[in-house]
Design a binder for this molecule. Sequence first.
Ligand code: FNR
Length: 346
Amino acid sequence: MTWVDELEQRAAARLPRDVYDYFRQGAGADHTLGEATPAWDAVRLRPRVLRDVTEVHTATTVLGTPVETPVLVAPTAAQHVVEAGGVVATARGTAKAGSLICVSCLTDAPYTEVRDASPAWWAQVYVLRDRAVTRDLVARAVEAGAGALVLTVDTPVLGDRPYPYPYPYPWPGSDAPWYGGRLLTDIAPEDIATATDVTFDDIGWLREISRLPVVVKGILRADDAVAAVQAGARGVVVSNHGGRQLDAAVPTATALPEIAQALAGSGAETYVDGGLRGGVHVLAALALGARAVLIGRPTLWALAAGSADGVHHLLETMTGELRRAMTLVGARGIDELTPDLVERAG
Ligand code: FNR
């Protein structure tokens, strides 16, 4: 059992069963969920030796923002069911670790509170059926100083999930959905559904209305990654939404290398998430071409187990594991994590 597995057990003991199930679930028969971590486990490394590894540094930049660690926090909805203002506690823990948080649009905390807790933050958005609501969300993200918009593109409809929303739903004390910290009393919940007619052109639209860099999350193919960058994206997140959308989607560890290779030299950055549970996984992802990784469920377990301190401890632990793994493969900095370190098993 890994350290993150133990953390999950602690969280499971504290969370109401249906909240835990909502966080943990995948989609369908959980094939994609189940393959995520084993795909990282299968990566084998060829370490370099006889390098002076007295000093090993994990600091890097993401879209020009300095971070102490390439382990970033993925957007996850409904952190308020763990604790009131959960996303703000997560942001505090993130900032203390010198990392960056990508905030889900499905949150009850105003962006300004997130920003005050963690100046390094990106806003995750969907293009909704009601584009005026999307525009309003984007305006508030810009106003609060988001460093980028992260457009999630793998959710034209929800995946086949047994536990669609955490209880009590819609949200505690309200009959209306929350979107980007705003209670949408004036809008029908069905208008909060994601639009099904979203295309690459919407990347340009979001850039235009925000003047922020746009990162496209949910890419699993090199041709889509190239098209997204041609449409104006500054980065992509290789992601299958933590196995919660298309069951049978390819593991991100498998999809990452061809996407990173296709974007090499374009100036766009490649990130990855899904099933990363330790420093060696992070090292493998960076060696395969990711600029940084995002962590989803473990941040929820950490929040449930220890609030802001729990999230801080999680990020510090994964970064410590990464530093040790870097030392053992003879890499003194993130830029020395190159594809020749990796050999695929099997
Ligand atoms: C998510 N994810 C997600 N993604 C997104 O773009 N917007 C969102 O609101 C959410 N909400 C959400 C809730 C919960 C409970 C989970 C577990 C995940 C997906 C998330 O950003 C990320 O892609 C995966 O969680 C990464 O996989 P791991 O680290 O959880 O294995």
